[in-house]
Design a protein around this ligand. Structure first.
Ligand code: PHE
Length: 368
């Protein structure tokens, strides 16, 4: 009869040596199959005397147990190795360059934002940002927009479901910002004056037609310093619009207006001239073939807004303006439907988009 101990070391060595699932299966059949060596030993127990069986029984069962455990362990490690090899060979390197030539373009809105940053950097303005998901306090209250102001009505503002909060916590009600003006508040709270920033970004209002989309873009401007006057505002806007439209004959008209967060407030129109039926920015709107187009809202920052940000309005004054970026892009680059801006139509982007190499600079002309 085969010695169980010898057979154990023999079979365990064979299990270890099996390099593939097929080789391992052959070892299993050789040991535990119907004609297997271990099976034969187990069968031999039947022909033994009770005394012999008492000695050999435990040895043979221990052999079967050891071989079974070794086969299972080897099977698991072969399966793991196969999986590792497969994972390694199926890896996708996402950093590899694509075979196709690049077809994307810089969206006109992005291009105009870059132009604005370039123009205002030259005037000493930094670029600031704020969250698109805002709270009531930054979007309205701190900007002196009282609870009853129509801008708060549900049809204008996208509100989030009010969250279960402690009573009196109304100021934390979340919404999609309706303008970039909350960045004024965030900037004044986080920085000491003097402050000179522009804040371009997305804004949201529940409104949709050929000239309004629920999401649109604004750029905010804010200057806070000592002794700031309406004259600084007018000069800044004139300088900005001349640089942006790249012409010297820009004529502005400031119309008295009302915004809760500025006092006095002015809406700013820019003169255009009709050339072959098209409105071209430039010239006085009062000329025979001219007209005025509203481009932005502005004013001197309301003392209540300055105070809400913890500054003393007796010491610090400033001006602010807000301007629709999509509108600015349409006026300069000649698109006539705002909705096409957000359709993602590759043909439109090919036509109106910019090359990634067209980085706007003042010396090269911001329009690239
Ligand atoms: N926030 C105003 C709007 O969205 C624009 C504005 C900004 C007016 C700053 C005055 C000063 O209409």
């Amino acid at each position: 009869m085969t010695d169980p101990d010898l057979l154990t070391s023999d079979l365990l060595a064979a299990v270890d040596a099996a390099a593939t699932p097929e080789a391992l299966e052959a070892v299993r059949v050789r040991a535990l199959g119907k004609q297997g060596e271990v099976t034969a030993l187990l069968k031999s127990l039947g022909g033994m005397t009770p005394d012999e069986r008492q000695v050999e029984g435990p040895r043979i069962h221990a052999l079967r147990e050891a071989v079974t455990v070794a086969l299972a362990a080897r099977k698991a490690s072969l399966e793991q190795a196969a999986l590792d090899a497969r994972l390694a060979s199926e890896t996708l390197d996402l950093t590899l360059p694509v075979d196709l030539p690049p077809t994307g373009t810089i969206h006109p809105v992005s291009q105009v934002m870059d132009e604005l940053a370039e123009i205002f950097a030259d005037l000493g303005f930094a670029v600031a940002t704020g969250p698109e998901i805002e709270d009531d306090w930054h979007n309205f209250t701190a900007l002196n927009i009282p609870e009853t102001h129509p801008a708060r009505a549900m049809h204008d503002t996208f509100y989030f479901e009010p969250q279960a909060r402690t009573a009196g916590d109304e100021a934390r009600r979340m919404l999609l910002r309706t303008h970039t003006s909350p960045v004024q508040i965030r900037t004044m709270l986080a920085n000491k004056p003097p402050i000179r920033i522009i804040a371009p970004g997305r804004t949201y209002r529940s409104d949709s037609d050929a000239t309004h989309t629920p999401m649109f873009h604004q750029v905010e401007g804010l200057v806070i310093d000592r002794g700031i006057t309406l004259g600084h505002l007018k000069w800044t806007l004139e300088t900005f619009l001349k640089a942006y439209f790249e012409r010297e004959d820009i004529v502005l008209r400031l119309r008295p207006s009302y915004f809760p967060f500025t006092e006095p407030s002015a809406e700013v129109d820019v003169g255009y001239t009709l050339i072959k039926g098209k409105r071209v920015i430039g010239g006085s709107g009062d000329d025979a073939n001219g007209g005025w187009m509203e481009v932005l809202g502005s004013g001197m920052v309301h003392p209540k807004v300055i105070a809400a940000c913890g500054l003393d309005p007796a010491e610090w004054q400033g001006f602010a303006f807000g301007c629709g970026i999509d509108r600015l892009a349409m006026l300069k680059y000649g698109m006539d439907d705002l909705r096409a801006f957000f359709d993602g139509d590759v043909r439109w982007l090919k036509h109106y988009g910019f090359s990634a190499l067209d980085v706007p600079t003042l010396s090269g002309g911001v329009g690239a």
